[in-house]
Design a protein around this ligand. Sequence first.
Ligand code: NAP
Length: 302
Amino acid sequence: MSSLPKIFVAGATGLLGGRIVRALLDQDAPVRALVRPGAGEERKRALTALRADGLELVEGDITDPAERLAEAVGDATTVISAVQGGPEVIVDGQANLVRAAEKAGAQRFIPSDFAVDVTKLDDGDNFMIDWRRQAAAASAGTRLEVVSVLNGAFYEVMTGFMGLIDWEQGTLSHWGDPDQPLDLTSVADTAAYTAAVALDPAATGTLRFAGEVLSMRQFHDAVQRGSGRTLRLRHLGTADDLRAEITRRAALTQNPFDYVALQYQWCMVSGKGKFDTLDNARYPQVTPQPLTDFVRAAAPAL
Ligand SMILES: NC(=O)c1ccc[n+]([C@@H]2O[C@H](COP(=O)([O-])OP(=O)(O)OC[C@H]3O[C@@H](n4cnc5c(N)ncnc54)[C@H](OP(=O)(O)O)[C@@H]3O)[C@@H](O)[C@H]2O)c1
């Protein structure tokens, strides 16, 4: 039986949450993973495939009444949230999870932040990051120790969702100064750092990690080396041009998700969401993967 404290993970069926569960189990930490009753079968199967001695699955939703959710948290000492969703999940749901964690007697809470430096941004810079600051404000009086883990942008997002790379056209498009440093980390390394933080009783405040800090020029070079492909670097405009493009698109749609990828890019290429310091050295046991190696391994699927 493990002597490590039990960790509760909400969002365990998700991209990051599943990797956090795996990283904790790799450290022999006992894990209680919250699974929504309606969770997709494939997502549930991926988690149950991990079924190890230390893994308990518990059904529930972070919007459940706090009494019931507290039972789900059980005897876990640290609660990690890796949920994703709208304000009902990120703001109200996480505030409810904090209340439940308090009722259950937990000591620490790691919110679903996992982004660029949320503390340096202002309302309106990125609506999804605004929700994270609202969530922090909603739980400001908690007796739990809140430890926020920040990772910059996922390698997976930079080479996929952001829409920077067009493999068919052979281009890598970007906004802003090509020499502006950007904080980048893979999902697996973000999970490894989060597990390290969860198992570190002395961790407090906001901790910032990056697998690599690369300018767009260096990112371009790493993607080319990793993929073995030549990509033309296309400059789309300055960071101010990008801000104007976001304003233009926002006026054309009711759905902010139409331009959220641009908001994330602006937070990075403007330098506003850049980490001033890194906490990688706190956990030397985590050796983050270089972007080139990530792209080399992922290239066939990209
Ligand atoms: N820095 C970056 O580049 C970057 C990129 C992507 C994500 N992130 C961050 O990483 C975190 C996790 O994102 P992700 O991409 O891993 O999300 P995801 O794959 O969409 O997974 C979201 C998880 O939240 C769960 N969930 C949603 N609503 C819930 C509720 N009411 N109660 C309980 N569980 C609920 C989902 O459960 P079901 O399986 O039941 O739906 C799922 O397990 C978020 O904070 C996100 O912003 C950062």
